[in-house]
Write a protein that binds this ligand. Structure first.
Ligand SMILES: *[C@@H]1O[C@H](CO)[C@@H](O)[C@H](O)[C@H]1NC(C)=O
Ligand SMILES: *[C@@H]1O[C@H](CO)[C@@H](O)[C@H](O)[C@H]1NC(C)=O
Ligand SMILES: *[C@@H]1O[C@H](CO)[C@@H](O)[C@H](O)[C@H]1NC(C)=O
Ligand SMILES: *[C@@H]1O[C@H](CO)[C@@H](O)[C@H](O)[C@H]1NC(C)=O
Ligand SMILES: *[C@@H]1O[C@H](CO)[C@@H](O)[C@H](O)[C@H]1NC(C)=O
Length: 214
């Protein structure tokens, strides 16, 4: 290789943005830890002076944006931080089988990047999407990329969100079993043309199965 090319390659290597994760994403992830009452010992790996793309449970893409947060079965306790909503490249969030409590933060269920959201087997409470009409964003409806939502085995109350696929054309799996949801199965779900699995057993649902679903 001529010396000039070598220098160029070296220069490209030095200026390439692949060195570390995005500072703002790192602090959003660290916020996740600060609100937990037990963080499952993640502090050993999630250190401020290291690249967050190398942290346990974190995967980044080539642009060093966080795409996956996989923290299932970590013994995590406490609420889910709204700061997760700041990870604008997040595709998959798996927080299943922990002891997380509180509600699903609005910031999270307004994410337009998330494909797969698994919060099953926790102690989450509150509603899954019906909010006062005064709320500027309609949660779930804002999740344009959502494909899988697994919220089973929690303590969610209220009704099954009426139009979770209003704007998510690929929405395929809605798993809500083992909660405390009430009301009927909304006929609007039939508009989810990609829906192939609806799990709603072990709730307090009533009414008939809407014809439209079939
Ligand atoms: C990150 O999220 C928090 C909580 O939603 C919000 O208050 C804050 O403004 C966000 N920060 C940035 C830089 O987007
Ligand atoms: C989340 O992680 C758990 C444990 O690894 C796994 O069993 C589950 O399939 C994952 N969820 C999704 C939607 O991939
Ligand atoms: C949640 O549901 C998804 C889709 O059915 C499934 O892939 C995943 O394994 C489930 N999560 C757990 C922890 O079982
Ligand atoms: C499906 O969506 C269309 C258009 O938004 C609406 O007019 C229709 O009432 C919906 N169907 C059901 C069963 O809610
Ligand atoms: C179940 O729903 C009925 C109304 O359909 C309500 O009267 C009852 O209190 C609910 N039970 C629980 C345990 O939420």
């Amino acid at each position: 290789m001529p010396p000039f090319s070598l220098a160029l390659v070296l220069l490209l290597y030095l200026v390439s943005p692949t060195s570390s994760c995005i500072e703002q994403e790192k602090s959003s992830l660290l916020q996740l830890l600060t609100v937990l009452s037990w963080n499952g010992g993640l502090t050993a790996s999630w250190r401020h002076d290291t690249d967050c793309c190398t942290w346990e449970g974190i995967t980044c893409n080539q642009d060093r944006k966080v795409t996956d947060v996989s923290l299932a079965s970590r013994g995590l306790e406490g609420p889910i931080s709204p700061f997760l909503g700041n990870l604008t490249g997040l595709l998959r969030l798996n927080l299943s089988r922990n002891s997380l409590s509180g509600g699903l933060p609005l910031e999270l269920i307004s994410s337009s990047s998330i494909l797969v959201l698994d919060v099953s087997f926790n102690r989450l409470t509150g509603g899954l999407g019906e909010l006062p009409s005064s709320t500027p964003v309609r949660p779930l409806q804002a999740m344009k990329s959502l494909v899988v939502l697994n919220a089973s085995s929690n303590r969610f109350t209220g009704q099954i969100p009426t139009t979770p696929c209003f704007s998510a054309p690929s929405f395929a799996v809605l798993e809500l079993s083992f909660n405390q949801l009430s009301g009927n199965i909304p006929p609007g779900l039939s508009n989810c043309s990609a829906l192939k699995l609806l799990g709603a057993g072990y709730n307090n649902l009533s009414g008939t199965l809407p014809d439209e679903l079939f």
